[in-house]
Write a protein that binds this ligand. Sequence first.
Ligand SMILES: CC(C)(COP(=O)(O)OP(=O)(O)OC[C@H]1O[C@@H](n2cnc3c(N)ncnc32)[C@H](O)[C@@H]1OP(=O)(O)O)[C@@H](O)C(=O)NCCC(=O)NCCS
Length: 139
Amino acid sequence: MRLAALQEAPYAFGSVYEREVDAPEERWRKALRDRTRFIAEIDGVVAGTVSGGEGDSEGVAAMTAMWVDPRYRRQSVGDLLVKTVVEWARAAGYADMLLWVADGNVNAERLYVRNGFARTGADQEMRPGQLEYEMSRRL
Ligand SMILES: CC(C)(COP(=O)(O)OP(=O)(O)OC[C@H]1O[C@@H](n2cnc3c(N)ncnc32)[C@H](O)[C@@H]1OP(=O)(O)O)[C@@H](O)C(=O)NCCC(=O)NCCS
């Protein structure tokens, strides 16, 4: 799923396919331990994924690695994944959740706004010449 996401939507993520495709098994296993990974299935087929984990500051959870297979977009899978990871963060006791979205990724930003996220005003370069914006919401 991760490699499919990086190949299909390279504009959306900080990492790139070439950096991850040959990663040793231990790195993949560590990634599974470091974050809680969710997948959405439709009739037994994996349609999308999102991750939740510790943010940079106390009481703040981070949402990362959101991706829905293009065959299953615009069917509310993204909505379900956001709601699932928000619920996970709330149950884990976090007070806020944050994420980063690439400048110009309007589909993702609309999904997040619809689910209560707003830009914080912080931005950073995800790669040279490409900005991303921080968004957050209370839980
Ligand atoms: C952003 C992304 C996750 C959205 O996933 P999705 O499953 O299409 O999201 P949803 O279906 O919940 O919502 C998408 C749109 O479909 C609409 N929709 C949802 N269910 C629908 C239905 N049954 N019929 C018609 N439209 C529907 C939503 O209202 C929304 O419309 P809008 O964009 O005009 O506001 C997906 O486009 C994606 O994977 N993009 C590439 C990776 C990426 O950008 N990841 C985010 C990194 S920050």
